[in-house]
Design a protein around this ligand. Structure first.
Ligand code: IVH
Length: 720
């Protein structure tokens, strides 16, 4: 082993090397060192001796270990620290026994149920009808519950509800949630905070858009997305998902948090947790119901899913006396919103072909009104979903499959795509056969394949599949890509299939004006078109001939290469031609250029492989080259190291940002020469605190680190 002298004393040479500079031998030395340091850090941390690593140093070492393993997969150790987050997915997560069981709530559906609830409580406590009894009224968040255990103010573990007695250990995952504090000042010695993990509507829409662009799984609703994100073995995946946490309850406590529910929740807020601002206290059934109506009226505009309202007895002394039934507390009830459900007839199952060849089944329904909206299509997700199984093979809808001619129950929540909640087997026709998922593409006839571990069937037709061609062009002209006005779905489909216009690939868009003849097939002579609209379209196309490198790369619609990644790649190479040379070299030799590509922040093996294979595929490359011949490509701006006050600074984002996603904020900061870290340490230079920023902002304040809000941040980057 080679050593060198540093301010830290004698250290190994490997320890000081950037991951992309490590030799094989150094990687092996470094992985051994990291396994040792992280194992010792884990023991120290969990046994609560003074930990010798700060949270951020610990995180940095874990990330370094992961990056080395990605670059040298063959060197991954049997005792790799990256496997220590939890057990592998098949065996699930490690288990945690809840110190106080995590219960569920009894339901009320109408006014009578609510009066019964109040009456039962008064009877139990021996309170007269005229004695006032105070309740809290708050939204019931539709996410998944999480219990956070703090000992001496440090987050020691986080667990899902599980069966109420035993949950899954998701500590590392929970630590990536921006508004969950890792350390709390002046906390009781033992403090278990409980609440709901959820994803907001706009974050959910962004996430699904990203997933679909990258050819990954699209989530049915925010709750599923949140549950999937929290229960990830690779915590880096959790960290990329926009999870948030509302605190509303507690488990074991070494001392009470207050005398009332209101006081206790205010205490949680003071510890740095996000609490729900719609919570009110009410004294009469009428006012409970009035606030229920008030919350229901705001449901669509809250920005997150709720499925009802929870009433809780405010006095904690009363709560203690009332206690629990086997699985629910006597002192609380969930008043659920009426479900947005309706039964209808399933006329057909169509298969849609996506840009990357994914075959998506869609239910064609006899139109029905659900929650005030007429629904005639519902998503069927994939083969397993139709068969009544989820991605882990567990039963959904009690294992009932979906068949053409079935009576199905349609479910709508918020602005989420309608789906099928149930099937009425008593109405199933004897001749109805189980749906057989097509093994060939309905559009081009190519075979379809479903790879192991993937829920999706894909058409292998690629460039010969017209449906994929149309979808590729739709993506190409979309807002975040070439953003061409006047080219919508209808026009693209018509242009694609029309022999004279023949827009079969992106390059054809830019030759359209030149190819447009002056006879009857001319665009201006088509139905719905005229001299003016045709000229406008040609002008809109002309305007986009000059395009940025990042946009162009994203517009190509290469699987796994989303907008943020395309921009990061572009800023790394800056010039298109140099990028193409590098990609070709990376494909042929898998040498230095392959390593360089992988060393780009946010580029992993899967994306890199997809990228280089796309450029190496002769059909795809032909289309790219023909397109590029039509364009003037602007260089991407290299990170603005000059004049940027962020050069070399470590920035931490906390809380939720309203104007851009975390991924985008991170990319922008990195572009300006900053390093973006996940947690606050003495090395942090600047904290950008979004909405609901909690303990991190507080910690930054304690350390005297500059804190700015999202608006200040915008002003700062816009000026650059
Ligand atoms: S109080 C002892 N308050 O609803 C019970 N639960 O259906 C403590 N939930 O498991 C729960 N919002 O995951 C409570 N404001 C809220 C809630 C809430 C959502 C969830 C929670 C619970 C489930 C019961």
């Amino acid at each position: 082993m080679t050593y060198e002298r540093s301010t830290k004393g004698l250290i190994t040479v490997a320890q000081n090397r950037a991951v992309n500079k490590l030799t094989l031998e150094e990687a092996s030395t470094e992985l051994a060192r990291l396994a040792d340091v992280l194992a010792r850090a884990n023991i120290d941390y969990h046994q609560k001796d003074a930990p010798f690593l700060s949270d951020s140093d610990y995180d940095a070492l874990r990330i370094r270990n992961h990056e080395i393993e990605v670059r040298f997969p063959q060197m991954k150790r049997g005792d790799s620290p990256s496997e220590k987050i939890g057990a592998p997915l098949s065996e699930g997560f490690a288990k945690i026994v809840h110190a106080v069981p995590m219960l569920s709530l009894a339901n009320a559906f109408n006014k009578a149920d609510v009066s019964d609830f109040d009456e039962r409580i008064r009877r139990y406590l021996g309170l007269k009808q005229d004695l006032s009894l105070s309740y809290t009224v708050e939204p019931k968040i539709d996410g998944l519950s999480l219990s956070l255990r703090y000992e001496q103010g440090r987050l020691v573990h986080a667990a899902t509800r599980g069966d109420g007695q035993v949950g899954e250990n998701v500590t590392e995952n929970a630590k990536t949630i921006g508004n969950i504090p890792h350390v709390i000042a002046n906390a009781p010695e033992i403090l278990e905070v409980r609440g709901e993990v959820y994803i907001g509507h706009s974050d959910f829409a962004d996430l699904n858009e990203r997933q679909s662009i990258e050819g990954s799984k699209v989530f049915a609703n925010p709750r599923n997305a949140a549950a999937g994100a929290l229960r990830q073995i690779d915590v880096r995946v959790t960290a990329e998902r926009p999870l948030q946490f509302f605190a509303y309850a507690w488990g074991e406590l070494s001392e009470p948090l207050g005398n009332t529910q209101t006081e206790a929740v205010a205490r949680l807020a003071a510890f740095g947790f996000q609490i729900n601002s719609l919570t009110e206290t009410c004294q009469t059934i009428e006012s409970l119901l009035a606030h229920y109506n008030n919350i229901e009226a705001q449901r669509a505009s809250l920005g997150y899913d709720i499925d009802g309202v929870v009433y809780k007895v405010n006095d904690l002394g009363y709560q203690r006396r009332l206690g629990f039934r086997s699985t629910t507390p006597r002192w609380a009830v969930a008043h659920k919103f009426p479900a947005e459900l309706a039964w209808t007839y399933l006329e057909a199952i169509d298969i849609q072909v996506g840009r990357t060849g994914a075959l998506s089944p869609v239910a064609r329904l006899k139109p029905v009104t659900v929650g005030g909206v007429v629904v005639s299509n519902a998503t069927l997700h994939n083969e397993d979903y139709i068969l009544g199984r989820d991605s882990n093979g567990s039963a959904i809808r009690d294992g009932k499959d979906i068949r053409i001619s079935d009576w199905v129950q349609i479910y709508r929540a918020g602005d989420v795509i309608p789906k099928i909640a149930d099937v009425d087997l008593s109405k199933r026709k004897v001749e109805a056969e189980a749906f057989v998922f097509p093994s060939s593409c309905p559009e081009c006839g190519s075979i379809a394949t479903r790879e192991e571990g993937d829920a999706v069937w894909r058409c292998v037709g690629g460039f010969i599949c017209p449906a994929q061609g149309v979808e590729r062009i739709k993506h190409f002209v979309s807002r975040k890509a070439f953003d061409i006005d006047g080219l919508g779905t209808k026009q693209i489909e018509m242009f694609f299939y029309d022999d004279a216009l023949a827009v079969k690939e992106p390059a054809d868009i830019f030759t359209l004006a030149k190819r447009d003849t002056q006879n009857l097939t001319s665009l201006k002579n088509r139905d719905g078109w005229g001299e003016r609209s045709a000229a406008n379209l040609f002008a809109a196309i002309e305007e986009r001939r000059n395009i940025g490198f990042g946009r162009l790369l994203f517009a190509l619609g290469i699987r796994h290469v989303g907008e943020a990644a395309a921009n990061l790649i572009a800023t790394h190479y800056t010039k298109w031609d140099e990028f193409v040379l590098a990609i070709d070299e990376a494909f042929t030799s898998k040498g230095a250029e392959w390593g360089t590509l992988l060393a780009i922040e946010g580029v992993g093996e899967v994306m890199a492989t997809s990228l280089v294979s796309a450029f190496a595929n002769p059909l795809e490359r032909g289309a790219i080259d023909r397109l590029v011949a039509q364009l003037e490509i602007q260089d991407a701006e290299a990170p603005k190291t000059e004049g940027s006050p962020l050069v070399g600074k470590t920035v931490v984002f906390t809380g939720s940002l309203k104007k851009m996603s975390r991924a985008e904020a991170k990319a922008r900061a990195e572009n300006l020469g900053a390093k973006v870290a996940g947690s606050i340490s003495t090395k942090t230079d600047l904290v950008v605190a979004g909405i609901g920023a909690g303990s991190k902002a507080k910690k930054a304040q304690d350390l005297g680190i500059a804190i700015i809000d999202e608006d200040d941040w915008f002003q700062m980057i816009e000026a650059l």
